[in-house]
Design a protein around this ligand. Structure first.
Ligand SMILES: [Zn+2]
Ligand SMILES: [Zn+2]
Length: 159
């Protein structure tokens, strides 16, 4: 259980996973803010912890987001980065605006969303979100990889 201790967290926070999203994934700790919950859900997608993503949906949304579908989506994407743009909360509701970059097949995609979070039984949960349209970029094998590595796509994030 020590191998991940110095791994940088998958939510792009710059903190170690062990000090960031891991305690939330292990249910040792609850998210204090919608932003923390959002980060932990993104990390969970990256490490394909579909159960965590499912459990952090608001109750009313769980039926329409089965673990299997979350798992299929997580497995079909290569996640690159998360940018937190804005977050706020007041009482039992909060919002987080973010951009998440990932590859889906040979497309470089960006999800730009303003998410809505609510507190259920004192725990922050994801309710739904407004998605801002961003055009997917088709990536050719000899193109520079859009992840910023300065490598060719075929030597980097290509499947
Ligand atoms: Zn994290
Ligand atoms: Zn790349």
């Amino acid at each position: 259980m020590t191998s991940l201790n110095t791994t940088l967290c998958f939510c792009s926070s710059g903190h170690n996973y062990a000090d960031c999203c891991e305690p939330l994934h292990l249910s040792v700790k609850q998210a204090d803010t919608p932003e923390q919950l959002m980060r932990s859900r993104f990390s969970a997608y990256v490490i394909k912890n579909a159960k965590y993503v499912y459990q952090t949906y608001a109750k009313e949304k769980q039926a329409e987001n089965p673990v299997k579908e979350i798992n299929d989506f997580a497995n079909s994407c290569r996640f690159i980065n998360l940018d937190l743009i804005d977050s706020s909360h007041d009482g039992d509701t909060g919002t987080v605006e973010f951009k998440a970059q990932y590859f889906y097949q040979n497309l470089f995609c960006e999800l730009h969303e303003k998410s809505l979070f609510i507190k259920e039984n004192t725990q922050w949960r994801y309710l739904d979100g407004t998605i801002y349209p961003v055009e997917d970029i088709k990536v050719g094998r000899n193109d520079d990889c859009p992840c910023g590595s300065n490598k060719k796509y075929k030597k980097c994030h290509s499947m």
